[in-house]
Design a protein around this ligand. Structure first.
Ligand code: ZN
Length: 208
């Protein structure tokens, strides 16, 4: 299939006993994804993380799914570096992409992320699959080249509907890609309090 463009599919909160089903669906569609893993769970499912690395990118979602902005700087860097070490010991690759749990970031946490050589990756399409699965397929159908989509591990409706969701990308000639740091801000969302929220990453054709 020719790709008219690439979207970033990001899967948060794994690995889990259910990740294998998501990986099967991704392989069936020849799709890739970026897995924002929780370090404590990575320790429980190392084999699953190796399987993730064969399908896509393994990235960092803290060790304990913490509110990064409520930790001391030292605790926050340990959440990042500890998780990187655990992942690197399994996959051989040190992650450079970081996703803050609950999107809890501020200038201070961003400083910490940079100081450990990492890039924060937010998203601009929230499927709300953690609320219910009702919007999942429709959200994929509305995706455009360059978008970063958020879904979660451990959600039964997502496991069931991911294949139909990926069909929607294929119908629009969109392929899943790799996320890389970028100097151009990527729009995430707008809030009254913070205005336009952006992140410095973009989606490119997968290198693997
Ligand atoms: Zn999370």
């Amino acid at each position: 299939m020719g790709c008219a463009g690439f979207v970033g599919l990001t899967i948060d909160d794994g690995p889990s006993a259910d990740t294998g089903s998501l990986l099967t669906t991704l392989r069936d569609h020849r799709a890739t994804a970026t897995f924002f893993n929780v370090g404590a769970e990575v320790q429980k499912y190392p084999g699953t993380v190796r399987a993730e690395a064969a399908v896509g990118q393994v990235a960092n979602h803290t060790y304990s799914h913490a509110f990064l902005d409520e930790l001391t700087n030292e605790q926050a860097s340990r959440e990042l570096l500890g998780t990187n070490q655990i992942i690197a010991s399994i996959t051989g690759t040190t992650p450079i992409l970081f996703r803050p749990p609950f999107a809890r970031v501020n200038a201070n946490t961003e400083g910490i992320v940079h100081s450990v050589g990492m890039t924060t990756v937010l998203w601009n399409i929230d499927t709300y699959d953690y609320v219910d699965g009702k919007q999942l397929v429709q959200k994929f159908a509305g995706a455009r080249a360059g978008d970063v989509i958020l879904i979660h591990d451990k959600i039964a409706s997502t496991r069931t509907d991911l294949s139909r969701a990926l069909d929607q990308l294929e119908a629009h000639k969109l392929c899943t890609g790799e996320i890389v740091p970028s100097t151009t801000p990527h729009f995430a969302w707008h809030t009254e309090k913070f205005g336009d929220v952006t992140f410095n990453a973009k989606v490119v054709a997968p290198t693997g």
